[in-house]
Design a protein around this ligand. Structure first.
Ligand SMILES: Cc1cc2nc3c(=O)[nH]c(=O)nc-3n(C[C@H](O)[C@H](O)[C@H](O)COP(=O)(O)OP(=O)(O)OC[C@H]3O[C@@H](n4cnc5c(N)ncnc54)[C@H](O)[C@@H]3O)c2cc1C
Ligand code: FES
Ligand code: FES
Length: 1292
């Protein structure tokens, strides 16, 4: 559609405009900072040079609508829809099972679609690059890539047609659907554009002259180009600019000029265009001339995601002078020149000059701007290299980066010129110019290296209080990069002149970066019984019931529901102190703010403000940073948020302020009783062992990072105190309970609806109840419908996450590796309220033996009460943290005994039917099956040998492999919490509506319920519909968690269907040849009820903590996972080569869904154990509040080879002999952690460090690097901790 907007406001971004003004809600809002790709759209723009329309992906959340004049925007709605015709990209995404919760899916579809518009048959590398800026928290990316691969040159997905094409290929030229609309882009801007907004004026000049006039007239107005710095600062830092000049797309700034001595690139070229230009230059020019280009290209591939690179411009990047800039250090090292222009004329400066003066403002004179950048060719005796290390390979700011160059006197190894520039070590790019000067005239040899490292360390001063990674890691990286640079240059010198010595063979791998390769996957699962009816979908890999809707953006999430009359938006004011008395709350300014209707505080809660220990609004005291104090209801989301900032709160700090576990232990600040189980005689056993190791392990917390933040819509019906709530939750009953309590009404007045949510992972079990109740109180007070969607930063701050833990262990063992005794004590950081912390603690204690038969075992657990936001349920409920400690001590035992860890694991594993530490009998047969198959099918032994060989030959890269067994339990220790109900209606036309108490979180629960109903009623799935979960249809439903969603709700659905079929049975018998519709219609005419409830009483489970015995969980799930990695000992980077998972699935109701759960959980687990690191200030303020600084895995982190096998076993206790697999895969991610530890062990052994060591989680690049102790780490001077306050602390 063509949009004519006569009142475009420069403050509007495309995202809000699409969603609110045009009701195009397929474009999803997840972070608002350009980091997640959920809002990806395609922008088409006319290029007057090529006279072609240029298509590129962009993030709508950072695109100002004023920048879109004369362009065409294609959203997910524009490429295909169920109502018209779905696009092959959407179809394949769904059919390859690339959608789970579906919240990332429109963005994924748009990234692939844009790729195909530019490259109809892309390469797999282009596909990887296109998806690097799109996050998915559910799938683990493999199926998304598979769907994209079907379009690639060499589809690896299927060859069914035998033509080298995919069976899903349809007609030719299927990718462009919108030709007509895109022609809008052919109308270039002819006159100056002025957009007058409420507060901001936007001017888009039409010529360079006009731009220069404007620049002179308004020297402080920003030049908005890609808007990726300005837009972000406006959103995150609240920057305000009353006037914006935007020359984006101005032809004068968009040009390239190849000359004999280098290339000049217009400041308006995007970083993607710059990449294309340099790639072209590299292909055309001799290698010798393109060293700087290649160094730049390296960073241009991994800087941000592709969407941002498409938007961000070279001029904007250089001018922003970000400390973390990946490009500026390389441009500076490559002696690039800035061409500056103003009304007064042109002048040139070396880019490096920007970093030798305090600020660009002093460099750029008033009225001046960057016109272009000249990047010269490199010369024969000149070498240019770039380095960067980030928390994650792609789309993450560098922890340290560098651009380095050296120029030798012709034909010698004598330094004539040296440039060393570093990023992320100071307020902007930093030059080690003193070092460089001092090294001029020196030969390129080991002595120079030694002195150079010393000088760099002296010159690059990093404040001990610097944000981000620790100072010692940053310092280590600067010297490690210098060392790699030294080796690289030495090698090149040798290639140039053989008389210069080469580097040792064992150092060569230090020079190689990990490649980004397209992953390959293989999934193995059962075939269904050949006698099974073709209509019966049970056991088949059926696509997610909402898959297509996910991919077309037509699946409705609650914030997609159009605005209703008188609706208000809610924003919250949260505490900035961890523990303090509230002295005053001044809401007067907020009330005066435009659009504000009311401010709601604890005093406005008509019922219980504190329900079961969980507080809606803080009243007199705050107990964590992020606690909600009041909320503002206003006409728009922006007004509500801006007004919330006007609320003034005064505090008086209260002691003690407890943030860490250590502090809690010191203050004896615990919740609940200690939980303990014990078997054998631990103390006695320690007296008879050969060796004892005592140590501790810290496991950090984890943010759920569901792609859809917590969202609710609340409607007061205006009658009988009724309140209708639409909310993304795993537990509607809980929301109903809290809302009823808060409003002081019985629960039958609260109708809670839950259709779907964009991921949950435990984070939407309890927290939505508080948020729903807060919204309901606001609706009650104002009488208006309330829309309450948490911004990503608030969601991360307020809602807590996985419990960080500290474990202190003592393990006693024999010299042969047999463990005789373990005494382990766990402490969890529960935060400020109880929430689910007791259950998490119980799970840790009960499950912590994992797969090991330790005859004398004592495990104790305490939950620490701290002044952090209350931590909550998270996939695996403590198991992933607890067992990481177990595998850590097993590894320590192996090191001490000089054995391989897999041997010690095998030796200590349960082998025969046995009982757990709490005396629960079980048979480990499936465990052994998984373990054996995993060892065999992964070719473990031969790979172990190959790894040893590799490690011998490589000093700075080490490989590691680990195989980890798993004994997991599903469900909960309380029978009443696993009861479930359903309600099934058959309508007169034969269609069936199923409802049950489980929530669809993306895990495919409803898909499986439809499969079950189809089997039970013996009708095709197409007859069955599942709309939503609601407290009005199924009351008192339990939470959807603990891997038991299908188990318990499936039984309830089965029960209702069987009741109905029993009622139909006599009719069917009378008319066996009849159709379903005939029988239904006959039943109606015979007044037979066509509606039935189904019920499942729950698994009989219990735990007696006094006697330390019980049957807390209905059954076990077993598995084994093997991963192989390579680490870079100098930087701390790692690459995951291969993962094999063997999971005991018994009989899978839907193998596609189950494999999706295993893969998704595995990647989430891998994130927990590697890149996901929450950072807190010593005052308890969470710093990591968005995807810019909290790094979940992206498409580049997943294993290059990813093989998952569902192992068949029997499980008579669960429906159709299936098993609940929602959580088990999470712990399999630890195989990556232990493979890293294996590799680190190899690095340490090389340095003669033979003693056992433990590794804390996550194994971040920092931890890996600093664990690979070497001359560089040893050289770092450690600042005296008593002389400064650290920027962040560990809370585990
Ligand atoms: C999600 C995300 C991830 C990112 N990741 C990385 C990363 O990994 N590595 C990295 O290095 N960077 C990263 N960045 C930063 C990014 O590279 C810069 O924001 C971007 O290059 C700025 O370009 P722009 O065109 O968007 O600038 P704008 O935001 O449009 O402008 C930025 C500033 O530059 C000034 N300006 C613009 N053009 C000119 C000109 N021609 N002359 C003078 N002044 C000018 C403007 O006045 C303004 O002050 C990331 C940014 C985002 C949003
Ligand atoms: S919402 Fe735009 S990138 Fe995340
Ligand atoms: S399916 Fe990708 S985030 Fe849920």
């Amino acid at each position: 559609m063509q949009v004519v907007e006569r009142h475009a406001d420069p403050e509007w971004n495309l995202m809000d405009y699409l969603r609110r003004n045009l009701s195009l809600t397929g474009t999803k809002y997840s972070c608002g900072t350009g980091d997640c790709g959920a809002c990806t759209v395609m922008i088409s723009k006319y290029n007057p040079d090529t006279k072609k329309i240029h298509h590129y992906s962009a993030t709508a959340c950072l695109t100002s609508i004023c920048s879109l004049h004369g362009t065409a925007v294609t959203t997910v709605e524009g490429i295909g829809s169920i109502k018209t015709r779905i696009h092959p990209v959407q179809e394949r995404l769904a059919k390859c099972h690339g959608t789970q919760c579906g919240f990332c899916s429109p963005g994924m579809a748009m990234s692939i679609y844009t790729l195909l518009r530019n490259h109809p048959i892309p390469s797999t590398e282009q596909l990887m690059e296109a998806l690097g800026g799109n996050l998915c928290r559910c799938t683990g990316y493999r199926p998304i890539l598979e769907s994209g691969k079907t379009f690639c040159e060499e589809p690896t997905v299927c060859q069914l047609q035998g033509t080298g094409k995919c069976c899903m290929d349809q007609e030719e030229n299927q990718y462009s659907l919108n030709k007509k609309e895109e022609r809008m882009a052919e109308d270039p801007q002819k006159k100056t554009l002025y957009f007058h907004g409420e507060k901001v004026l936007w001017i888009s000049p039409v010529s360079l002259n006009e731009l220069l006039e404007l620049r002179m007239k308004y020297p402080t107005a920003p030049l908005v180009m890609g808007n990726t710095t300005v837009g972000l600062n406006m959103k995150v830092k609240g920057e305000f600019h009353p006037l914006i000049i935007s020359p984006i797309g101005l032809p004068a700034l968009n040009f390239v000029d190849f000359k004999d001595d280098g290339v000049t690139i217009g400041a308006g070229c995007s970083l993607s265009e710059m990449k294309e230009i340099l790639t072209h230059a590299v292909s055309e020019e001799p290698k010798e001339k393109t060293k700087t280009y290649r160094a730049l290209l390296k960073h241009l591939r991994t800087l941000a995601g592709q969407q941002i690179r498409n938007m961000a411009t070279l001029g904007g990047h250089v001018a922003s002078k970000h400390d973390y800039s990946d490009i500026n250090p390389v441009l500076a090292a490559g002696k690039a020149i800035l061409n500056l222009i103003s009304k007064d004329g042109e002048r040139q400066i070396l880019i490096e000059e920007l970093f030798t003066t305090p600020s660009l403002k002093e460099e750029l004179r008033p009225g001046e701007l960057i016109f272009s950048v000249f990047v010269p060719h490199s010369r024969k005796w000149e070498f240019v290299f770039s380095y960067r290390q980030a928390q994650r390979m792609e789309n993450a700011f560098a922890i340290v980066n560098a651009g380095m160059s050296v120029h030798f006197e012709e034909g010698t190894n004598i330094i004539q010129d040296l440039k060393l520039f570093f990023g992320s070590v100071g307020p902007t790019t930093v030059s080690a110019s003193k070092t460089c000067k001092q090294l001029i005239g020196r030969q390129w040899n080991d002595e120079m290296l030694r002195d150079g490292i010393r000088m760099v360390l002296e010159e690059i001063f990093i404040l001990p209080t610097t944000a981000g990674a620790t100072v010692k890691y940053k310092k280590t990286l600067t010297t490690s990069f210098f060392f790699i640079f030294y080796l690289s240059v030495k090698k090149e010198l040798h290639e140039l002149e053989q008389r210069y010595p080469d580097i040792p063979e064992t150092s060569i791998s230090a020079l190689e970066d990990f490649p980004i390769k397209i992953p390959e996957g293989r999934e193995m699962f059962q075939c269904v019984d050949p006698h099974q009816s073709p209509q019966d979908p049970v056991g088949h890999p059926v696509m997610h019931q909402s898959g297509i809707k996910h991919a077309t953006g037509e699946a409705v999430y609650y914030d997609d529901i159009p605005q209703v009359d008188k609706e208000l938006h809610l924003a919250v004011v949260t505490s900035t102190r961890a523990h303090a008395k509230i002295l005053s709350i001044d809401i007067s300014e907020a009330l005066k703010f435009p659009g504000v209707v009311d401010v709601i505080t604890a005093k406005d809660v008509p019922g219980e403000n504190n329900h079961e220990g969980e507080i809606l609004y803080a009243e007199d005291e705050v107990i964590c940073v992020g606690q909600i104090i009041c909320s503002v209801a206003a006409d728009t989301h922006a007004h509500a948020r801006q007004a919330a900032e006007k609320v003034k709160i005064t505090y008086e700090d209260v002691e003690p302020r407890i943030i860490t576990i250590e502090e809690a232990i010191e203050h004896k600040s615990f919740m609940f009783e200690e939980k303990k189980i014990e078997k054998g005689n631990v103390d006695k056993a320690f007296k008879h062992v050969d060796e004892i190791i005592e140590d501790e392990v810290h496991v950090g917390g984890q943010e759920h990072f569901y792609m859809e933040t917590q969202t609710t819509l609340v409607f007061p019906t205006g009658e009988d105190n009724e309140m209708v709530i639409f909310i993304g939750t795993q537990f509607p009953t809980h929301v109903q309970d809290f809302t009823a309590a808060a409003l002081g009404v019985p629960r039958n007045k609260i109708m809670c609806h839950m259709k779907r949510t964009g991921g949950a992972f435990g984070g939407k079990v309890t927290k939505p109840a508080l948020l729903g109740a807060i919204a309901a109180v606001a609706a009650h007070k104002t009488g208006h419908p309330i829309r309450f969607m948490l911004e990503r930063c608030d969601d991360m701050l307020i809602t807590g996450g996985r419990h960080p833990i500290l474990a202190k262990f003592k393990v006693g063992f024999m010299k042969n590796g047999k463990i005789k005794a373990v005494d382990i004590q766990y402490f969890t950081n529960a935060g400020c309220t109880a929430d689910e912390s007791e259950m998490v603690l119980e799970f840790i204690v009960l499950k912590s033996e994992n797969a090991y038969d330790i005859p004398n075992f004592r495990c104790r657990g305490r939950a620490c009460k701290t002044n952090l936001p209350s931590n909550t349920a998270f996939r695996g409920f403590g198991f992933p943290q607890g067992t990481l400690v177990v595998e850590n001590y097993i590894t320590a035992v192996a090191i001490k005994c000089g054995l391989l860890p897999e041997k010690v694991r095998d030796m200590n594993m349960y082998k025969t039917p046995n009982t757990t530490a709490y005396k629960e009998p079980f048979n480990p047969e499936p465990l052994l099956k998984c373990w054996k198959q995993c060892l065999e099918k992964s070719s473990f032994q031969s790979r172990r040998t190959a790894i040893e060989e590799f490690n011998k030959k490589n000093d700075w890269k080490k490989r590691g492999i680990a195989i980890i067994p798993m004994k997991f339990t599903v469900g909960v220790p309380h029978t009443s919490e696993s009861q479930a109900a359903s309600l099934v209606h058959i309508y007169q036309d034969g269609s069936v509506l199923v409802t049950h108490g489980g929530c669809e979180l993306g895990q495919g629960l409803h898909t499986k319920m439809i499969q079950i109903a189809s089997r039970e009623l013996k009708i095709p799935s197409s007859y069955i519909h599942l709309s939503e979960t609601s407290t009005t249809t199924v009351p008192n439903a339990s939470y959807t968690a603990g891997s038991m969603g299908t188990d318990i709700n499936g039984r309830a659905v089965q029960n209702a269907c069987q009741t109905l079929l029993k009622r139909l049975d006599p009719i069917i018998k009378k008319n066996p040849k009849g159709k379903w519709e005939d029988w239904v219609s006959q039943a109606f005419s015979e007044s037979i009820s066509l509606s039935a409830t189904g019920y499942f009483r729950g698994y009989k489970t219990y735990m007696d903590w006094e006697k330390e015995v019980g049957h807390p969980y209905p059954y076990f799930v077993y598995g084994a996972g093997c991963s192989e990695v390579e680490i870079d000992c100098l930087t701390g980077a790692h690459k995951l080569f291969r993962t094999d998972i063997f999971m005991d699935a018994a009989f899978s109701i839907n193998p596609a869904v189950d494999i999706g759960q295993i893969e998704g959980a595995f990647i989430q687990g891998m994130g927990l154990y590697t890149t996901e690191e929450l950072k807190y200030s010593p005052e308890g303020v969470l710093y990591t509040r968005g995807p810019d600084d909290y790094k979940i895995p992206t498409v580049t982190e997943i294993p290059e080879k990813f093989y998952v096998t569902l192992v068949h076993s029997r499980n008579p206790i669960a429906i159709y002999s299936s098993k609940g697999l929602g959580e088990a895969g999470m712990f399999m991610g630890s195989s990556v952690f232990f493979a890293i530890m294996d590799a680190v062990g190899a690095a340490r052994r090389k340095r003669g460090l033979m003693e056992p060591f433990t590794m804390n989680s996550p194994a971040t690049p920092e931890l890996i690097r600093m664990s690979c102790v070497d001359q560089f780490t040893e050289q770092i001077h450690r600042d005296d901790p008593s002389t400064f306050k650290s920027w962040s602390i560990h809370v585990s």
